[in-house]
Design a protein around this ligand. Structure first.
Ligand code: IPE
Ligand code: IPE
Ligand code: MG
Length: 244
């Protein structure tokens, strides 16, 4: 019997973005408190980052906490922030070892001081790494991102640093939290929900969407490859007629 052919990614994929959803349901199904779903979720990141390295995907975005997630009970928010802080401290050596740079998208000023500090420290430690970008969306909302960019640009116009005529799509994109990153090629949401939940609204304009029923704490290399296989089948036309 022939050896099963390993998956090879043959389509251009510069940026994959994940909505890591289903942690609470994963825990509930096991009779555990929701926060243990979040703890397990953090443990999946390294495998997924390694898979991206394997397939030479240079930019990964992870939706960690939305501007709407402040509506959750304080106890759950506290656990989430605890795990994120722990992650930023624990994983920084690994980021360095693979040449990954951490980018944070979202307004970190609203975070508690210890979480903000963990973000800034990890960002500073990794800012010169050049092989990969791990973009963690934290207190992130797509609408907030766009309003924030508008404010930055208005300020520049007000101070005479630019003219309204200079504002085009690339200029606008450079004022988003994701500045410097390419548009999203593939957006994956776990747990069976089929919506964007205010995620990277501008950046996902021409992304392919793949929705999987797998809950994030169960999302592993194999589940990711299943999404990549689906992505590989898509015809990307960008409004034209070519089947890219
Ligand atoms: C996603 O899992 C993580 C965050 C939103 C922070 P959920 O906590 O939304 O899990 P479900 O959707 O309730 O199962
Ligand atoms: C989106 O998941 C946010 C994150 C994964 C961080 P939610 O679980 O918060 O989204 P809704 O409430 O189902 O839309
Ligand atoms: Mg959810």
């Amino acid at each position: 019997m022939g050896k099963k052919k390993e998956f090879a990614l043959e389509k251009k994929l510069d940026h994959v973005a994940f909505i890591m959803d289903g942690n609470g349901r994963w825990a509930n199904l096991r009779g555990l408190p929701r926060y243990l779903g979040h703890r397990e979720a953090i443990n999946r990141l390294r495998d997924i980052i390694d898979a991206c390295r394997e397939f030479n995907i240079k930019v990964m975005s992870f939706y960690a906490f939305s501007t709407e997630n402040w509506n959750r009970p304080q106890d759950e928010i506290d656990h989430l922030m605890d795990y994120l802080e722990e992650y930023f401290v624990k994983e920084i050596d690994y980021y360095d070892s693979i040449g990954a740079r951490l980018q944070i998208s979202g307004d970190i000023n609203r975070l508690r001081p210890s979480t903000r500090k963990a973000c800034i420290d990890a960002y500073e430690r990794t800012k010169n790494n050049q092989n990969f970008v791990v973009n963690v969306c934290l207190n992130y909302g797509g609408r907030d991102d766009i309003v924030h960019a508008c404010k930055l640009i208005c300020q520049e116009v007000k101070e005479g640093k630019t003219d309204i005529e200079n504002i085009d799509e690339p200029y606008f994109a450079e004022h988003l939290y994701t500045h410097g990153l390419p548009d999203v090629d593939l957006m994956i949401r776990t747990s069976g929900e089929v919506r964007l939940s205010n995620y990277l609204l501008w950046q996902n304009a021409y992304a392919e969407f793949v929705f999987t029923d797998v809950k994030w704490p169960d999302f592993n290399r194999k589940a990711f490859i299943d999404c990549l296989i689906e992505f590989q089948k898509r015809k990307r036309r960008y409004g034209g007629l070519k089947n890219g």
